[in-house]
Design a protein around this ligand. Structure first.
Ligand code: IMP
Ligand code: MG
Length: 173
């Protein structure tokens, strides 16, 4: 297996700052709740939340659809639900990457039944060519080609999450 760098640590940090500025411009002093999707959003939500104002709360959900493989099983399960009641709350779902869109479609549906005040999505990465389920992403960091990437929270079988940069993982023949 080999790693081909895609975004450097500095490029990622600049992008996160840019995304925080856009969110700040949209919400002003309104309180917001960032909902991180575990575990991939770990570093993104940590960096993004620290660039937002004091009226920012953080909570997490964990869903599963991949289970140690590179392909989705097509089934989304909630493994850890929110701690915070989101009724009448400005919610931003924070994702590492949107691939087929399956996870986000289900999550948006589930959270919207709880009647948040607003519901948006911020994803650091998006693979538009891989989309099977159309879903809205209000804040996108980088659009990337349909390759398997790791680092900055993204894993392959739980490895590589802690890389400070994002790289394409390819299996050498
Ligand atoms: P989707 O449901 O197909 O959109 O996939 C969403 C989830 O799959 C993401 O939150 C990631 O956890 C995982 N995933 C999708 N593409 C990649 C990738 O290239 N590298 C690592 N994880 C990925
Ligand atoms: Mg994820």
């Amino acid at each position: 297996m080999s790693l081909e760098p895609l975004f450097t640590e500095a490029q990622i940090q600049n992008k996160v700052e840019e995304m925080a500025a856009r969110i700040q411009a949209d919400y002003g002093d309104e309180p917001i709740l960032l909902v991180g999707v575990l575990k991939g959003s770990l570093y993104f939500i940590a960096d993004l939340s620290r660039r937002l104002g004091p009226n920012t709360r953080v909570d997490f959900v964990q869903v599963s659809s991949y289970a140690g493989r590179k392909e989705s099983s097509g089934v989304v399960q909630i493994r850890k639900d929110l701690d915070i009641n989101i009724e009448d709350v400005n919610v931003i779902i924070v994702e590492d990457i949107v691939d087929t869109g399956l996870t986000l479609t289900h999550l948006r549906e589930l959270l919207s039944t709880r009647r948040p005040k607003t519901l948006r999505v911020a994803s650091l990465l998006s693979k538009p060519d891989a989309r099977l389920h159309q879903t809205q992403i209000e804040y996108v960091g980088f659009e990337i080609p349909n390759a398997f990437v790791v680092g900055y929270g993204l894993d392959y079988a739980e490895a590589f999450r802690n890389l400070p940069f994002v790289a394409i993982l390819s299996e050498d023949a």
